[in-house]
Design a protein around this ligand. Structure first.
Ligand SMILES: [Zn+2]
Length: 297
């Protein structure tokens, strides 16, 4: 059983048919599907659900409404992404609590710090203000955090350590760093989100592979960040133009799982079962073969 711990299926790219990768028995073909047909394809392929963090206020309502038509298969996290919050009126922060009261949400996020823009564009002060606000909101609601940290681990860890007694776990999404860095997040109670980056090229020698080998299995989650972070898959036969249009989907997760098991030298089924249990624990879900649902508080 596989839950994708980080997706953006409410994204407008899925409003119409998009090309996506269908891996099957070591071969790849390219399918076309819109949001609903892709989600039913996921159900057929043994994906047991997905967790959808929000990015900004423009798509939050669409995302929260989408949960209603995919009950016990889709769960929402609620937050403002670090590159969006800097263009969002500070007054709007109160809307997050209103949404959290109205809808059922499993986490706060994605929130964190993103320093990939130019220093001037980053507006670090506002990123930190919004990040701190969302940490406090998660504490108020006793929810885990979905962290987005890019080029900013030192500052993010400094802020998280300041609030270490007010954290309720969560995940560092799309982790790409070394094991020393992962250990610091794990010590604060966070899991590490592993996605398509692990499939990139000859990735056995990367820092991320080293992290995957050394991290305790109870700290790993699977994710895609679909439609983003399309994996650089070896042996994929398609032109560069077609490749640019390909959208990521949860259907690649068995490949990520296989790579984790290979790197760790562990049985794939055992790795799958433990990561599934990790996902339930982090997001307060409960599940079995036929259904996964939110645990009653
Ligand atoms: Zn994301």
């Amino acid at each position: 059983m596989i839950i994708d711990s980080h997706t953006h299926y409410a994204h407008a790219r899925y409003d119409k048919e998009i090309p996506y990768l269908c891996p099957a028995d070591g071969e790849y073909s390219i399918g076309r599907a819109d949001r609903e047909s892709l989600i039913s394809e996921m159900r057929k392929s043994g994906i047991t659900g997905f967790i959808e963090p929000s990015i900004g206020f423009d798509t939050i309502e669409k995302q929260l409404e989408l949960v209603k038509s995919h009950e016990n298969f889709m769960w929402s996290a609620l937050g403002v992404h670090p590159t969006r919050c800097i263009h969002t009126s500070w007054k709007k922060r109160k809307k997050l609590l209103e949404y959290a009261k109205k809808y059922s949400v499993v986490a706060i996020g994605e929130t964190g710090l993103d320093y990939h823009l130019t220093r001037r564009e980053q507006r670090r002060f506002w990123q930190k203000i919004w990040f701190t606000y969302q940490i406090k909101l998660a504490d108020k609601l006793k929810l885990p955090l979905v962290l987005h940290v890019r080029g900013a681990d030192a500052d993010a860890l400094k802020i998280l350590k300041r609030y270490k007694n007010r954290l309720h776990g969560g995940v560092v999404h799309c982790f790409g760093g070394n094991y020393e860095c992962a250990k610091e997040y794990i010590a604060l109670g966070f899991a590490i989100g592993i996605g398509g980056k692990l499939l990139a090229g000859d990735s056995e020698a990367t820092e991320l592979s080293d992290t995957v080998k050394k991290a305790p299995l109870y700290s790993l989650l699977l994710e895609t960040d679909a439609p983003f972070v399309f994996p650089d898959i070896k042996g994929l036969k398609c032109g560069s133009n077609q490749r640019k249009k390909l959208c990521n989907s949860s259907l690649i997760l068995p490949l990520v799982l296989q790579k984790i098991a290979f790197l760790r030298g562990e049985d794939k089924k055992t790795v799958e079962d433990i990561i599934y249990e990790n996902t339930l624990r982090v997001f307060n879900l409960q599940g079995n073969e036929s259904e996964t649902r939110l645990r009653k508080k």
